[in-house]
Design a protein around this ligand. Structure first.
Ligand code: 2BA
Length: 110
């Protein structure tokens, strides 16, 4: 058995969970926060048989699209009076999905 930990964009999560459920996957959805953007994202836990891995990954690929997003970066203005820091926009690529695949030693329901 495998465990997929999938970090996806919030806006993709409802459609993705629905499609995974339609295909018979068990899913746990967690509200999480990305360390870089400090914005909400969604982490899904999927326990599944190894034979279903490719199907699950294909479903994730079909829903989660990669796109650009503007965020702000901060720079120091040392030496200037008044504000010490300035922010400026930075474009980052978000979306898609970040997947971790782990082997599960035991799967118990008690
Ligand atoms: P965040 O940490 O909020 O990162 C959002 C996006 O910002 C990243 O998308 C990446 O495109 C960009 N980014 C992240 N760190 C950066 C940096 N130091 N410099 C420039 N750009 C940077 P993704 O790579 O698709 O990651 C999406 C989310 O997946 C991340 O949200 C984080 O929550 C999670 N994630 C990604 N890699 C991870 C890892 N190795 N371990 C744990 N979580 C991870």
């Amino acid at each position: 058995m495998k465990l997929i930990i999938a970090i996806v964009q919030d806006e993709d999560s409802s459609r993705l969970v629905s499609k995974l459920m339609q295909h018979g996957f068990g899913v746990t959805k967690l509200a999480t926060t990305g360390g870089f953007l400090k914005a909400g994202n969604t982490t899904l836990l999927l326990g599944l048989d190894e034979s279903k891995m490719q199907e699950a990954i294909s479903i994730i690929e079909s829903i989660c699209s990669s796109r650009k997003q503007l965020t702000t970066a901060t720079t120091s203005l040392s030496g200037m009076s008044g504000a010490d820091y300035s922010t400026f926009p930075v474009e980052v690529t978000v979306g898609g999905a970040t997947l971790f695949v782990l082997s599960v030693d035991q799967f118990l329901k008690i």
